[in-house]
Design a binder for this molecule. Structure first.
Ligand SMILES: [Zn+2]
Length: 420
C-alpha cells in the first residue's frame, strides 16, 4: 500500500494513542512520509513546513485506526445456512467482499484480521488492497476454514453431494488435518482458522459444548502451520475445546466462551489473545425472532452471551489480551456496524472506553502480527489514524455513526471520512 509523501499535521483534538494511557486533552499528530513523526501534547509539537497538510480535528478525538480482529469479508446479510456456502458463485462473492472492505475502511477500520473466508477470496482481496486497486483495511488473510467431518461447519447431508469446498476443508484425523493446512499454505494464508467446537447456532448435534475436532487433529494443524510460519486460531466455545487449543499451541482463541480457571491459566501462561466477538450474540438474541431463529438457538446465544461476557471480564482483569471484532455480515448483524462491538464492551461487559479502544487498536495490531508498525500513535509507526468528531471517551457509541468519522488515514493518506 502506498504511503503519503510530505507532512500532515492533525491538531485541535483529544489524543488517544491506543496504548491505554490517559488521553491528552490538546494533542497533535505529525505524519511525515506516511509514518508518525510526533504524537503528543500540542504544546510540545515541533513546527511543520508551511506546505504541510493540516487536518483540524475540530475539538474531537484523534486515535489509531480501528482494527477488526475477526473479519468475515465474504459474509453478506447471511440469514440462512445456504447463504454461507452455496448461494452465490465465487465471482459474486468476490465483489461482495470488495464492497465490505470499502465499507470497513469508511467506518474507520484501517486493518482487519480475517476470521475465515469463502474460497480464497480474502487472500486476493488483501493483494488488491495492498496494490491500491481497491480501498480497504490492511488484511491478514485466512482463506478457507478447517473443521472435522460432522462438525459445526459440515451441515449439508451427504445425499446433497455438497462438499463445502468453498467454505471449509473437512477433515478426519491428523493426516487429513496436515493435508488441509498444506493446501492453505499453497493458497497463501497467514492465519489458519479451525473449528474445535460447535456453537449455539446448531443446538441439536453441534451445540456450543460439542467438540468438532480432536486434540490430535488440532495438534497436527498447529505443527504443520507453525512449520510453514503460519498462525492458528479456532472457534472455541466449549471449555475442553479451549483447553485443547491452548495445549495444542494455538496462537489465538476466537470466542473463548466457557473459560474455567484452568483454561484461563493456560491462556495467560502463553499470553494468547482472545477475540470474544460477543455483540453478535446480543444481536442474535434481540433480533433472532425477527429472522425466524428457533427458540433453542436464541436460548443458546443468551447462554453464550452471559458466559462469554464473564470470560472476557476475567481475561482483562487477569491482564490478558482481548481483540475486538466479530462475525459482522449476518442479516441481524450486518457489515458496517463493527463499532457496535466497542459500545457493547463498554455498556454490557463493563470495560472502560479507554480499554476498548486499546483492545480495538493495539491488541488488534498484535493479533495481525503487526504490533511493531500499527495499532498505536507512536513515532515510527504507520500513519493509520482515525479522526472523529466529539469526545469518544465520553460516548464511545459516536464511533458507530459514520457522520462522526471526519477522516480515516492509512499511511498518512486520507482514504475516507466526511473531510475526504
Ligand atoms: Zn466468525
Amino acid at each position: 500500500m502506498r504511503t503519503a509523501t510530505g507532512t500532515t499535521r492533525i491538531q485541535h483534538g483529544q489524543l488517544i494513542d491506543g496504548t491505554g494511557r490517559p488521553p491528552i486533552a490538546d494533542g497533535t499528530v505529525i505524519i511525515t512520509d506516511g509514518r508518525i513523526a510526533y504524537a503528543g501534547p500540542s504544546a510540545g509539537a515541533p513546527p511543520t513546513p508551511s506546505e504541510a497538510n493540516t487536518i483540524d480535528a475540530q475539538g474531537g478525538s484523534i486515535l489509531p485506526g480501528l482494527i477488526e480482529a475477526h473479519f468475515h469479508a465474504t459474509y453478506f446479510n447471511v440469514a440462512a445456512l445456504e447463504d454461507l456456502d452455496v448461494k452465490y458463485p465465487v465471482e459474486y462473492v468476490t465483489l461482495l467482499a470488495a464492497a465490505n472492505a470499502k465499507l470497513a475502511l469508511e467506518c474507520g477500520y484501517t486493518a482487519a484480521r480475517s476470521g475465515g473466508s469463502l474460497f480464497n477470496v480474502d487472500v486476493w482481496l488483501k493483494k488488491a488492497i495492498e496494490c491500491d486497486l481497491i480501498p480497504g483495511p490492511r488484511l491478514a488473510a485466512s482463506g478457507r476454514e478447517i473443521c472435522g467431518v460432522g462438525g459445526l461447519m459440515d451441515w449439508n447431508p451427504d445425499y446433497r453431494k455438497i462438499g463445502m469446498d468453498g467454505l471449509v476443508l473437512l477433515i478426519n484425523g491428523a493426516d487429513e488435518a496436515r493435508a488441509a493446512v498444506r493446501k492453505l499454505v499453497k493458497d497463501g494464508v497467514e492465519w489458519v482458522k479451525t473449528y474445535p467446537t460447535g456453537d449455539a447456532a446448531s443446538p441439536d448435534v453441534n451445540n456450543h459444548h460439542t467438540l468438532c475436532m480432536t486434540f490430535e487433529e488440532m495438534h497436527a494443524v498447529v505443527a504443520t502451520a507453525h512449520n510453514h510460519g503460519l498462525k492458528v486460531t479456532g472457534h472455541c466455545r466449549a471449555t475442553e475445546g479451549i483447553k485443547n487449543a491452548l495445549r495444542a499451541g494455538y496462537d489465538a482463541i476466537e470466542h473463548g466462551t466457557f473459560m474455567d480457571d484452568e483454561a484461563l491459566d493456560l491462556l495467560l501462561t502463553r499470553d494468547v489473545p482472545c477475540v470474544p466477538a460477543l455483540y453478535f450474540e446480543l444481536a442474535s438474541v434481540e433480533r433472532g425472532p425477527e429472522f425466524g431463529l428457533p427458540q433453542a438457538v436464541i436460548d443458546g446465544h443468551q447462554e453464550t452471551l452471559e458466559c462469554g461476557a464473564e470470560s472476557a471480564r476475567k481475561i482483562l482483569k487477569a491482564g490478558g489480551r482481548i481483540g475486538l471484532g466479530g462475525d459482522y455480515g449476518f442479516g441481524w448483524n450486518p457489515h458496517g456496524q463493527y463499532a457496535r462491538e466497542l459500545t457493547f464492551f463498554v455498556n454490557y461487559v463493563g470495560f472502560t472506553p479507554l480499554q476498548v479502544i486499546m483492545c480495538a487498536t493495539k491488541t488488534g495490531a498484535e493479533i495481525l502480527g503487526r504490533g511493531h508498525e500499527l495499532g498505536t500513535l507512536e513515532p515510527g509507526k504507520l500513519g493509520d489514524v482515525l479522526v472523529a468528531s466529539g469526545d469518544v471517551l465520553a460516548d464511545i457509541s459516536r464511533l458507530e455513526d459514520r457522520n462522526n468519522i471526519l477522516a480515516v488515514l492509512q499511511g498518512g493518506e486520507i482514504k475516507a471520512g466526511t473531510m475526504n
